[in-house]
Ligand binder design. Structure first.
Ligand code: GLU
Ligand code: ZN
Length: 302
């Protein structure tokens, strides 16, 4: 049994790729008899909104996805993240970073495009340099002081993923905890056994696994779901047309039809895909899931 979760950022409507990943996460958890929770990753207060949260939850429900307990919001859990950060600070595993790069601003969001490793600019600043920057009034972000090790995870869908642990941002310079820290703290707090999410986040998993270890938290298993791609072969986006459930509805396709197509694309048999949740869950076999990128066109055929 492995508890699972779907953890969207409420910054817009979910598209067919997000919805397919949500269904996959739900199927993985439910097919093992596990709990399934929804967590709103709303650390980015500028882009997140209650309206987006409500429409995302309505879309999940319209696809027949059910979840256990209340929806958790990261914006309400800063004290947990600060406690974890304090542990890392006490262990000497952090350093202040005065860089003003976009990367620091964006640390609240999951890096779907992948990020380049931090070049280490502020890693070994002398005390005088630090003092000068403080005097200039530049508030620092806080970074993990990694040891350059390579961590390999064994992913249930994409096989082994290897990456050098990066000096990721733990707290942005405006005081907001960063995605990589929050996700690790929450997955442990919510007792998640398996993280099922989009494949463009696979590169973050080794650093997250390492961070969990530093915090004395149990490792989670991973299953990174191959992306839905647009006609141009790039990951699905707004530009690709009717990609949200609302747009699909407007185009005359009911949520039940979309659900059926998405389930079939996840390897659920035709007969089960149109049935109730119990049949769908019984008809799911992770080994039957396609392993390559999924062209959106295949999801739109009636
Ligand atoms: N919040 C991330 C997103 O919007 C997902 C992060 C995760 O699943 O670890 O896609
Ligand atoms: Zn720096």
């Amino acid at each position: 049994m492995a508890d699972g979760r779907f953890a969207p950022s409420p910054t817009g409507d979910l598209h067919l790729g997000n919805l397919r990943t949500a269904l996959a996460a739900w199927l993985f958890a439910r097919s093992t008899g596990g709990r399934f929770v929804v967590r709103m990753e709303d650390l980015d207060r500028v882009q997140s909104s209650a309206t987006h949260e409500a429409s995302q939850l309505a879309d999940l429900a319209a696809l027949g996805i059910d979840w256990d307990g209340e929806v958790v919001r990261q914006s309400e859990r800063f004290d947990r993240y600060e406690a974890a950060i304090a542990e890392l600070v006490r262990a000497g595993l952090t350093y202040p970073c005065y860089c003003t790069r976009r990367e620091i601003r964006e640390a609240a969001m999951a890096p779907h495009e992948g990020t380049s490793a931090y070049p280490g600019t502020c890693r070994d600043l002398r005390a005088t340099d630090r003092a000068r920057r403080e005097q200039e009034g530049r508030p620092p972000a806080l970074r993990l002081r990694s040891d350059g090790r390579t961590v390999i995870i064994d992913d249930a869908l994409i096989g082994s993923v290897s990456a050098v642990v990066d000096d990721v941002v733990l707290r942005r310079n405006d005081g907001v905890p960063a995605y990589n820290l929050a996700v690790v703290v929450d997955d442990a707090a919510q007792r998640i056994g398996q993280v099922v999410r989009a494949a463009d986040l696979a590169g973050s998993a080794p650093t997250q696994r390492h961070l969990a270890g530093l915090l004395g938290l149990p490792p989670v298993q991973y299953a990174h779901v191959p992306l839905v791609v647009g006609p141009d072969g790039r990951r699905l986006a707004k530009r690709d047309g009717a990609v949200t459930l609302a747009e699909q509805r407007a185009a005359g396709r009911a949520p039940a039809d979309v659900r059926r197509r998405l389930l079939i694309s996840l390897g659920v048999g035709d007969a089960e895909a149109g049935g109730p949740n119990s049949a769908v869950v019984a008809g799911f076999d992770p080994r039957a899931m396609p392993r390559g990128p999924i062209p959106v066109a295949g999801l739109l055929v009636p």
